[in-house]
Design a protein around this ligand. Sequence first.
Ligand SMILES: NC(=O)c1ccc[n+]([C@@H]2O[C@H](COP(=O)([O-])OP(=O)(O)OC[C@H]3O[C@@H](n4cnc5c(N)ncnc54)[C@H](O)[C@@H]3O)[C@@H](O)[C@H]2O)c1
Length: 331
Amino acid sequence: MRVGLAGLGYWGPNLARNFDELADLVWLCDADPAARETYAARYPKARFTSDFAEMLADPGLDAVVVATPVPTHYELARRALGAGKHVLVEKPPAMRATEMDELVRLAEERDLVLMPGHLLLYHPGVLKLKELIDAGELGEVLCVYGNRQNLGIVRTNENALWSLGVHDLSVILYLIDEEPVEAIAHGRDFLTSGVEDVVFCYLRFPSGKIAHMHLSWLDPHKMRRLTVVGSEKMVVFDDMELERKVTVYHKAPWKRAETYGEWQTRSGDIHIPKIATDEPLKLECRHFLRLVSGDGDRRKVAHDGAMVVGALERLTESLRSSRIANAGQLV
Ligand SMILES: NC(=O)c1ccc[n+]([C@@H]2O[C@H](COP(=O)([O-])OP(=O)(O)OC[C@H]3O[C@@H](n4cnc5c(N)ncnc54)[C@H](O)[C@@H]3O)[C@@H](O)[C@H]2O)c1
């Protein structure tokens, strides 16, 4: 499998390292000569270019990985699919649902893989959550909520929803596996005008399940946590923990017949399943290569990606209307 990668900034080199190990990394493309120079010695067998088109023109290239800034994703992914290459594109692959739909259509027409780089979907801890839910271990899932908070890094070109929320949104939609019927976001741009530092999101799904996300770089807690509340058990995935990434609480409400329908609560064992320490990015890259080789459901990853972009767009619209109501800086 011959792979080319565009974007050698902060994140791209992690993808380059993995694809160099798992496949044939034959092209590296970056607009910045300093970035190309930095990696020239590390990848002596790869060809370097500043020109994305030059890389795409190689008929021997099977797949392209896009790790450039978000506003460039759609255009680069569209060109790569147009050139008949399979594409792994960093999240989100497009900033608008119509653009994402176009990418999905293009990939389907040409039977190509279009996979968004939703890293957390390959985290063994998240896979464990999905396994527990699908096995019915938690009973019926009632609600899911994510906390992604810290003090910093303060972004000025991307709000907390786009910078932090894509991760949790991809996981929530993956776990619930339904398209939200309601998507509401509220937030405030305290530090940089027009860029929300604190965002609260609410999602409601056709089955009645609900979800919430608290996204902020203006917070005393460093949290990377996802909680799933089921009717039988509750489970927490905490990415800040080294050894207890997933904790299953045998806690639930229940009704005793003789108390005339009054709700009681039950608190039982707390269970910490062993979670593999495999690097999620390696698992993500492996999954992509497997899809390219014809194994697995290549349409599903593209459709799941479109669901994330669709929800992001609706949350963004909702946030925009709350922004008008909140006009005026506090800091
Ligand atoms: N999955 C994750 O956990 C994770 C983490 C960090 C970043 N990311 C994603 O990775 C992507 C890149 O982020 P980053 O922080 O590395 O950005 P960055 O700004 O550090 O690097 C981007 C690189 O792309 C190059 N570039 C820009 N336009 C180009 C073009 N048209 N052709 C070739 N090269 C071009 C720039 O010169 C730069 O070197 C973003 O989509 C980001 O969301 C994902």
